[in-house]
Design a protein around this ligand. Structure first.
Ligand SMILES: Cc1cc2nc3c(=O)[nH]c(=O)nc-3n(C[C@H](O)[C@H](O)[C@H](O)COP(=O)(O)OP(=O)(O)OC[C@H]3O[C@@H](n4cnc5c(N)ncnc54)[C@H](O)[C@@H]3O)c2cc1C
Length: 367
């Protein structure tokens, strides 16, 4: 719980000073992860950071295809299989840090879901939503909220694709129900995979909860084929009541399980060096309860590229000098900074601290 958040803390300290001075409207989204020198051929692929974490490299690929319909996708996979090309699925922003999308060699074919971006059906009676796999999470949350519905458990980012989110089992935080990963709420997928010659080099499987292959398809890291369409179970829209409490970490191991069982969306950020843990009391609340919550976590706000470059340079300087003391000193500032701004959660404009409960509408996510 909360480990990803905690691991970004040190990096974000410097970023904060600069981003808070940055006018929010003056930045642009990350560059597309795939770039080609001639029309969709001779390409490179990376992620939203511009390089992969393992070795800060990028990968090469022979070409990229952007199918916009399932029929186009089927044709791309069939042609790639017939030509014996290695295929990998890439997405609009590609947020994964490891080299999952690299096709291994310069002839590989990238299949992007960027244009598979349509919400196909929202069923308020059957409580399901069916989307093409390149739909962004924020796009889905907003469409669901307009229909009075929500995905109960979600990762933090609004710019993941539904296909990428389920393929990596990306998650929020809960012990309850089926757990915090939307992939566990998938009730149907259509997946397009390489086929034999007699099958026209392509196989299209429509899997439902009746098919045991659904379990393999829903967290498949792109290795079983390209997911074209996904149906997720959804719920009536609700609010969340959120507040934070800082404590010593001496009883963390003992407390973590019972805390997780007590609050539906419980989250703990642990600061071992400071012997502190921040507990997020986070529970479901009825929609009628008054309160206008918003989530606006400053390290996830837009920032000028020049700011990011400059903070990265500062980080690298500290890293090159192996200056552990400096790193620790910076990390020390992070806890009060984040805690006092309630990790970006506000209610009617006020931060959700110990004394203020935030009533927070999923639709108001503001990343
Ligand atoms: C700042 C930041 C915050 C994050 N926060 C969280 C968090 O709170 N919780 C969490 O769990 N994770 C988090 N992550 C990780 C993120 O959720 C995952 O990396 C997620 O998979 C990224 O989705 P994407 O759409 O960008 O997919 P990509 O990174 O582009 O793809 C991920 C994998 O899925 C495959 N894939 C994508 N689409 C399809 C498809 N249609 N068919 C078949 N395979 C496909 C790709 O080939 C690749 O192997 C975070 C990442 C970042 C950068």
């Amino acid at each position: 719980m909360g480990t990803q958040l905690a691991s970004t803390l040190a990096i974000c300290t410097i970023l904060f000073t600069i981003t808070t001075l940055t006018p929010p409207g003056s930045s642009s989204p990350p560059e597309p992860p795939v770039k080609c020198t001639s029309h969709n051929t001779n390409c490179t692929v990376t992620n939203s950071y511009g390089n992969f974490t393992s070795d800060r490299s990028i990968c090469r690929a022979g070409s990229v295809a952007y199918p916009a319909t399932e029929a186009e996708l089927i044709s791309v996979v069939a042609n790639g299989t017939r030509a014996r090309r290695k295929m990998k699925v890439t997405t609009r922003f590609s947020h994964s840090m490891p080299k999952l999308v690299c096709p291994d060699g310069t002839d590989g074919l990238l299949i992007s879901t960027k244009k598979l971006d349509r919400i196909l059906e929202i069923d308020p009676v059957g409580l399901t939503a069916t989307v093409q796999s390149g739909v962004l999470t924020g796009q889905l949350y907003d469409a669901l909220a307009r229909a009075g519905l929500a995905l109960a458990h979600t990762p933090y980012l609004r710019a993941l694709t539904v296909g990428g989110m389920i393929s990596t089992h990306a998650h929020g935080s809960t012990f309850m129900a089926k757990g915090g990963a939307p992939s566990d709420y998938v009730v149907g997928v259509t997946i397009v995979s390489p086929g034999k010659k007699g099958e026209g080099y392509v196989k299209v499987r429509q899997l439902t909860e009746e098919d045991e292959e659904l379990d393999a398809a829903r967290v498949s890291l792109g290795v079983l084929g390209v997911i074209s369409k996904i149906t997720l179970k959804v719920e009536p829209l609700f609010k969340r009541s959120i507040s934070f409490r800082k404590r010593s970490d001496t009883d963390l191991a003992h407390r973590a399980i019972s805390f997780g069982r007590k609050h539906e969306f419980a989250d703990i950020s642990w600061y071992p060096y400071q012997h502190r843990a921040v507990y997020r009391n986070d529970d479901r609340a009825p929609l009628q309860v008054p309160g206008d919550g918003a989530y606006d976590f400053f390290p996830m706000r837009r920032a000028l590229s020049s700011s990011s470059i400059s903070s990265r340079a500062t980080e690298e300087k500290i890293e090159a000098k192996e200056d552990a003391a400096k790193r620790c000193a910076l990390a020390k500032d992070v806890l009060p900074l984040y805690y006092n701004s309630a990790y970006g959660f506000t209610n009617n404009g006020a931060y959700c601290r110990e004394s203020v409960d935030c009533l927070f509408l999923l639709m108001k996510f503001n990343l």
